[in-house]
Design a protein around this ligand. Structure first.
Ligand SMILES: Cc1cc2nc3c(=O)[nH]c(=O)nc-3n(C[C@H](O)[C@H](O)[C@H](O)COP(=O)(O)O)c2cc1C
Length: 174
């Protein structure tokens, strides 16, 4: 996809069809992540992927008692998606704010590759509130959960979300 078109095509999509994302597509998304730039080339990230019945089991754990999927938008998205990609860091935390920015580079690159492949995602930080449940589920308690990317084929059309005018951002021009 042409770069500017790709940027304009990327939207947060929260509904997915039943069509499965292939392992090859998943590997392409992770590979783009692997190539991302990071401060001091620290690459402070790790990946985990969850699919199928294992993902369903996690979704059940994310639901509060008697809660339905409709009452928990994050759980509903995770249930519907074909694969859940988890972005993890180490437990010691960030070396500096640079690591936070580096993770942003990584995740945006992965979001763009997901769009490039004709797939959709919605960057989910909300899941960090349920870090313990997720890490226990994959038995990786020594890591820290940064973000989850539910990935699937889009099942909704969204209008581009509003952006501020460039004049509001462009504060100095020589
Ligand atoms: C760091 C970050 C965290 C986000 N966390 C969530 C989230 O937890 N749940 C959610 O539904 N969307 C989340 N989003 C998606 C934003 O709501 C979305 O990007 C924004 O509304 C603009 O819409 P667009 O992505 O379609 O352009 C997050 C986006 C970013 C960049």
């Amino acid at each position: 996809m042409e770069f500017e078109h790709l940027i304009k095509q990327r939207h947060s999509i929260r509904k997915y069809t039943q069509k499965q994302v292939s392992d090859e597509q998943i590997m392409k998304i992770l590979e783009v992540g692997r190539l991302s730039q990071s401060a001091r080339n620290r690459q402070p990230w790790f990946f985990a992927t969850i699919k199928g019945k294992n993902k369903d089991a996690l979704v059940s754990k994310l639901l509060e008692k008697d809660q339905t999927l409709e009452q928990n938008p994050t759980a509903r998205m995770f249930k519907e998606c074909s694969v859940l990609i988890l972005i993890l860091t180490t437990k010691e935390g960030y070396e500096s704010f640079n690591d936070v920015i580096s993770l942003g580079c990584l995740i945006e690159n992965m979001c763009l590759e997901i769009t490039n492949l004709g797939l959709s995602t919605c960057w989910n930080r909300n899941i960090a509130n349920k870090e313990d449940i997720v890490l226990q589920h994959i038995n990786k308690q020594e890591y820290r959960l940064e973000t989850a990317l539910p990935v699937g084929y889009p099942n909704e059309y969204v209008e581009p979300r509003p952006r501020k005018a460039l004049e509001e951002m462009y504060i100095y021009k020589d």
